[in-house]
Design a protein around this ligand. Structure first.
Ligand SMILES: Nc1ncnc2c1ncn2[C@@H]1O[C@H](COP(=O)(O)OP(=O)(O)OP(=O)(O)O)[C@@H](O)[C@H]1O
Ligand SMILES: [Mg+2]
Length: 343
């Protein structure tokens, strides 16, 4: 059971695994959040978030009490580090101390997690370890809204990696292709670059759908709700979607520029070569013309990723039309739900 507490909407997904690595969709719900509830990744009004979780509970009639959730943005630090090879116990004892030099926060303020990526012969080789540090107060805020909604917080994931899970269960990995998974949310865009079938670079950038909405608000003097509607193709005040188009295109170019900076940094710091394909998801990826602007800018294949591509469901349970509409928003929730089935 997973709960993706996004700043514009909370998504609940429950999957059931079947033989052969396939999954069935058991439950799915999306509950919009008002923009005051979560600002810049911090929960500002926890009662709004708790209410939304309660609503999702009631709507989906979920029975499970263990809820996984996920974090992103500035409060999450993920680093690949090299250490002298050592056994599991020794690593567990020394990781805190080793991590200190890689984490820009006080080590006592973070929750530390790690995964050994490559083992080595103790005394001879180095080992590669993936270090994940999340600010403790941030974890506590997210975990606390789940408890307040009467559920047990189970696992805390990181958006960029949940995204990778969602991709891996729905697409065949091509070891010869470098693919950038890009989840464009409301406040944050998560980028995870995969090469040789594994993650080689990741970054969260503070740019997303809110930038588009705010630009329309400024230009046409609209409320947040009006601008959101206009962005999705509804008229607002006396403005039509075609009036909005040049504004949206300008912000799409800014978004492309942000992504380019990230790719440049990736190229400069890695030996993997350049990105061959962009896989987009997140609500903001539905912005009109954005996909075309990215295609022109990067001159590579740009595809919309479908987090439900290989997930089966009973026809009477969900409408295909609805699944198609909400699918792009479900990358993180599906990826986490996969993890919580496996754990
Ligand atoms: N059809 C659409 N066209 C343009 N933008 C859209 C469309 N549908 C949704 N969006 C935008 O997508 C964003 C929401 O996407 P998503 O649910 O992936 O974000 P989130 O998870 O709530 O945010 P974050 O992860 O940044 O906290 C909003 O900014 C919304 O305006
Ligand atoms: Mg999100």
């Amino acid at each position: 059971m997973s709960l993706d507490i996004g700043s514009s909407a909370i998504k609940l997904v429950e999957l059931k695994s079947r033989k052969g690595g396939e999954f069935d969709l058991l439950r799915l719900g999306i509950e919009p959040l008002s923009p005051e509830a979560i600002v810049d990744g911090s929960i500002m009004d926890s009662s709004l978030v708790v209410d939304a979780i309660h609503k999702l509970n009631d709507e989906t009639r979920v029975k499970s009490t263990n809820f996984g959730t996920s974090l992103s943005g500035h409060s999450v630090i993920i680093k690949k580090i090299q250490l002298p090879a050592m056994g599991a116990e020794e690593l567990a004892d020394s990781i805190q101390w080793e991590a200190e030099q890689y984490i820009p926060f006080d080590i006592n303020d973070v929750r530390l997690d790690y995964v050994v990526l490559e083992e080595g012969e103790p005394g001879r080789d180095n080992m590669e370890v993936l270090l994940v540090a999340v600010k403790r107060d941030k974890v506590n805020d997210y975990v606390s809204v789940i408890s307040q909604a009467g559920k047990t917080p189970a696992l805390v994931d990181v958006d960029a990696f949940a995204l990778q899970n969602a991709y891996e269960i729905n697409y065949d990995l091509d070891p010869f292709k470098t693919v950038a998974l890009i989840n464009m949310g409301a406040g944050v865009t998560n980028i995870n670059i995969l090469a040789r079938g594994t993650t080689v670079f990741w970054r969260d950038i503070s740019f997303g759908g809110n930038q588009f909405t705010e630009a329309l608000q400024r230009e046409f003097n609209l409320s947040f709700e009006q601008a959101e509607g206009l962005k999705r193709g509804e008229a607002a005040d006396r403005y039509s979607p075609s009036d909005a188009r040049p504004i949206l295109d300008a912000i799409s170019s800014d978004m492309a520029e942000e992504i380019r900076k990230t790719f440049d940094f990736f190229s400069a710091t890695s030996t993997e070569g350049s990105v061959d394909q962009l896989m987009l998801c997140g609500g903001c990826s539905l912005t009109p013309n954005l996909q075309q602007i990215l295609t022109e800018r990067f001159e590579v294949e740009v595809e919309l990723m479908d987090p439900l591509r290989r997930i089966r469901y009973r026809e009477g349970d969900f409408s295909a039309e609805w699944l198609q509409a909400v699918g792009p928003m479900l990358g993180v929730a599906v990826g986490m739900a996969v993890r919580s089935v496996g754990d």
